[in-house]
Design a protein around this ligand. Sequence first.
Ligand SMILES: NC(=O)c1ccc[n+]([C@@H]2O[C@H](COP(=O)([O-])OP(=O)(O)OC[C@H]3O[C@@H](n4cnc5c(N)ncnc54)[C@H](OP(=O)(O)O)[C@@H]3O)[C@@H](O)[C@H]2O)c1
Length: 317
Amino acid sequence: MLPTRKLGKTSLDVTALSIGCAPLGNMPDVFQYEVAEAQALDVIRAAFASPINFLDTAASYGDGESERRIGLVVRELKGVPMGYVLATKADRDLKTNDFSGDQMKRSVERSLKLLGLDRIQLMHLHDPEWAPFDQLTAKGGALEVLLKYREQGVIQHLGLGGGPIDVMMRYVDTDAFEAIITHNRYTLLNRSAEPLLAQCVNKGIGIINAAPYGSGVLAKGPENYPRYCYQEIGGEMLERIRKMDALCKKHSVPLGAAALQFSTRDPRIHSTIVGFSKIERIQQTVDWLNWKIPAELWAELDAVGFDNEDPETNRWK
Ligand SMILES: NC(=O)c1ccc[n+]([C@@H]2O[C@H](COP(=O)([O-])OP(=O)(O)OC[C@H]3O[C@@H](n4cnc5c(N)ncnc54)[C@H](OP(=O)(O)O)[C@@H]3O)[C@@H](O)[C@H]2O)c1
């Protein structure tokens, strides 16, 4: 097992790496490729035997498919193995966008059923940007329902995972959450999560940084996978990635190792979630975590430039 640390205000001990199970839910619209069930089950079995003790999924990943596949392995293993942490997320209805308190109940109950568990170690309120703050925080609304589950012990710890930083900060201000997930906003290419990180450090909230490869490009390379934050990219961003790749090559460092360690070397971040769909990724990720990176490379990569703008600026307007 990799060394563990306590995740913010929770009682959970987690490794610096977490395995993201979004691709394992078979989401070709998001990742541009299919992942068959047998392949996903092999990855999940290997994950629960790996030095990484933290797995991340969501009700919405493949609309239950990621949780269903994890649940098959959890049943084989007669539960989540001792020392491992399985986190999932409560979601809106993907077909109707219903984000009501009742929908939260349906989401949580379905997660328990699919995962084959009677309680969840860490449940995040997922992607709150899909509904107005006043709706989700109203009496009887999504947040209140999740807090009630926590009171009952069905949810051991409550977290928050989402996109736009201003939205995330507003929810963090409610002091309802013990940990947060930010994604695609603290990478070699985008640092727009800085104010959220500062806020969470100040409050002692657990910080989980997801998608260090910007959903893939910083692992697969600019020519193989020219997408950032689940959208096609070109122009200046692609140029920056090419420059970063060349700098890494000069120092014999894989671009993916630099992208991963950009997150894991930051002492504010408790765990970094990496998504993958192939069994060999587990060892590759641990190798990238331990890759020796010369100090001067960080300054050179910074000098290439990065965005402080939200990567989905136009999506929620
Ligand atoms: N709102 C939220 O809370 C939120 C949002 C986004 C993400 N997340 C979580 O964070 C996880 C990570 O995000 P992500 O999966 O979107 O993006 P990511 O981790 O930045 O990138 C995932 C992609 O990188 C590829 N990859 C990983 N390791 C590789 C390696 N060693 N060599 C080549 N390619 C490699 C994977 O490809 P292969 O399939 O080929 O392995 C996958 O396509 C998600 O799975 C999810 O659990 C949460």
